[in-house]
Design a protein. Structure first.
Length: 610
């Protein structure tokens, strides 16, 4: 029995490593491989070797106790019935009950360890996954609803918390059980071995047949959810322009592909699972028949018939469980691969040395910027410099790269070449959190988060000074507007919250950009939804930033938004056409209508046009 346990230990360790690498493939141990190339999922599994050892020990003890039923039946048929000894029967029954209770306790502990392993995995890697999920749109173009990493995390946690690891740890005991069958009699062992070979072949066939349907199912599921999310976010457009039916038909086509792939995967899995059950039943009956033949020929006892049948069924149970749950294995493997690719694409940011607060200048040196996931540059060879107390207005026709420049200045979009520096320190020398304290950003598309207005303004800083929240709101000219809302600064926004107009959202977003007195404030079309009062507040806010020694970059589609700036940068075709004092640049632009000119619009004030 000690030899059996040692074999199980060795096989369990080898199987754990093989299963981990099969489910979560990674580049480990390759020559010259950097830390970023190492699989974080596999690294986590490697750090859990002690836990897996504990599971292996409990699995070994549980599987040893699985022999209780077989040996109990063997003793009953070979000793109790021939001797008609009731005391022996009671003693055997008492011992079997104790062993069954002990086995149940071991299984309970094993299940709880497995459940906590899933929670430990989630706790260990969930922040990395969420951080990568947020950074992913800044690195590549999104082709789905963007939440697939969270679903992959749930899938892996469910696999680790469920019966997946325990099924793998039970597999090494199959040859040991078959060896016991050979100890009963050679032909009983040979019959069980033949059945095991058939079921293993069936397992490999399941692996081959389910790969393609499972991949198609995953792909259609992503497309289906992405279409639903897209339609939900554009509900007003679909309703106003009668596009609901067209959107519904598109979703129905995606849903048909999803259902078809799901049906194919389920047909393969259920068909092979049903065939496995049939083969197991045939095998169990075959072992009984072989045992009966041996008894008839006086080569075995009646107890071995029942014991061999029970032991054979137990030996092949892990294979049957694996086949029945193969969809879960395949899904966990695909989730592990996707998470592995995501975390390698977006490695954890290293701790960076704290730099002094920027106080003097912003330098942009020959930067080339392309959209995430593309190589075609939107901005080419852009250079300029700002000093403290200055404000620049970026003008140009649509598509000239104004918003792209704004994103590059705040570190949202990376640039292929060139450098952007705050006080001679390049942006990549700052951590995201450290840089964020010195930058205020108001994007074109204002998105406020679920929570109170105060929490949105203070950027969800739990230690924010209420006085700084009020100061930012007053500088943005939105203090009185907030007080007029039902709960003032405690008014809830986002899902289920109060509905704000576009102008109100823009002014609260401006207060968020100004919170903490950032050195660099970048405003992308800050007056697009503002009325006259809002524009006056915007110009006052720009003046306040300049007065305290900060810098402001204003992306303006209309000349009227430039009242608070002293410099102007004109863009066209992704290149700088002019940069300098506002009056000089505007005069130069107006003298060269081929590059840019001002075209009157219905709102007055004009707009830039090529």
């Amino acid at each position: 029995m000690r030899d059996f346990a040692e074999k199980a230990r060795v096989q369990s360790e080898a199987l754990i490593d093989a299963a981990a690498r099969h489910l979560f493939p990674a580049v480990v141990g390759e020559p010259h491989a950097g830390e970023a190339s190492r699989s974080e999922v596999l690294a986590f599994l490697s750090s859990c070797k002690t836990i897996f050892w504990g599971l292996a020990v409990f699995s070994a003890m549980s599987n040893l106790l699985m022999l209780t039923g077989s040996f109990f039946m063997l003793q009953v048929y070979d000793r109790v019935l021939p001797g008609r000894s009731v005391p022996t029967l009671l003693a055997l029954l008492s011992l079997a009950i104790v062993l069954y209770l002990f086995q149940g306790g071991l299984d309970l502990v094993r299940n709880r360890i497995s459940a906590r392993l899933g929670s430990y995995f989630d706790d260990h890697i969930s922040l990395r996954v969420f951080d990568a999920l947020v950074r992913l749109p800044l690195k590549t173009r999104g082709d789905s609803d963007g939440l697939q990493p969270l679903r992959d995390l749930d899938q892996l946690r469910g696999f680790l918390s469920g019966g997946g690891p325990m099924a793998l740890l039970d597999l090494p005991w199959m040859p040991i059980y078959l060896g016991v069958c050979f100890l009963f009699h050679f032909w009983i062992g040979a019959t069980a071995m033949a059945g095991a070979a058939v079921l293993i072949a069936l397992t490999l066939l399941t692996e081959m047949k389910t790969q393609t349907p499972a991949k198609a199912f995953s792909r259609h599921a992503v497309a289906r959810i992405a279409l639903a999310a897209e339609s939900r976010s554009n509900a007003e457009v679909l309703q106003a322009m009668g596009m609901r039916r067209g959107a519904a038909l598109r979703w129905r086509e995606a849903n048909k592909g999803y259902l078809k792939a799901h049906q194919q995967a389920s047909d393969v899995s259920s068909g092979l699972g049903g065939l496995s059950k049939v083969l197991r039943s045939i095998l169990q009956s075959g072992v009984l028949a072989v045992g009966a033949w041996l008894v008839i020929n006086q080569q075995s006892t009646a107890g071995i018939i029942i014991a061999g049948s029970i032991l054979t069924a137990r030996a092949l149970a892990p294979v049957d469980v694996a086949i029945a749950n193969w969809k879960g294995f395949v899904a966990a493997r695909q989730s592990g691969r996707r998470l592995d690719q995501l975390l390698r694409l977006l490695p954890a940011e290293r701790e960076k040395l704290s730099l002094p607060e920027p106080r003097e200048s912003l330098s942009v040196e020959q930067i080339h910027v392309a959209a995430p996931g593309t190589e075609r540059p939107i901005l080419t060879d852009v250079s300029f410099k700002l000093l403290r107390g200055q404000a620049v207005g970026i003008i140009g026709p649509s598509g000239s790269g104004k918003s792209t420049l704004a994103r590059a200045l705040v570190g949202v979009w990376p640039f292929a070449r060139g450098r952007i520096k705050l006080d001679n320190a390049a942006l990549d020398q700052w951590s995201c959190e450290a840089l964020g304290r010195h930058v205020g950003y108001l994007p074109q598309d204002i998105q406020l988060f679920e929570g109170s207005i105060a929490h949105n303004i203070c950027r969800f800083d739990l230690n924010a000074d209420p006085g700084e929240i009020l100061m930012a709101a007053r500088i943005a000219g939105v203090h009185d507007l907030i007080l007029s809302l039902p709960d003032g600064y405690g008014t809830k926004l986002g899902e289920g919250g109060i509905a704000l107009s576009a102008g109100q959202r823009q002014r609260i977003g401006l207060a968020r950009a100004l919170f903490g007195n950032p050195f660099l404030v970048v405003l992308d079309e800050p007056s697009s939804n503002l009325d006259g009062e809002g524009e006056l507040a915007l110009n006052a806010a720009i003046a306040a930033v300049r007065a305290r020694g900060g810098m402001v970059v204003v992306v303006a589609h209309r000349p009227k938004a430039l009242e608070g700036v002293n410099l102007t940068l004109a863009l066209a075709g992704g290149r700088v056409q002019a940069f300098g004092p506002k009056e000089e640049v505007l005069a130069r632009v107006l003298r060269k209508p081929v590059a840019l000119n001002v075209v009157a619009d219905n709102a007055g004030g004009g707009r830039w046009s090529a």
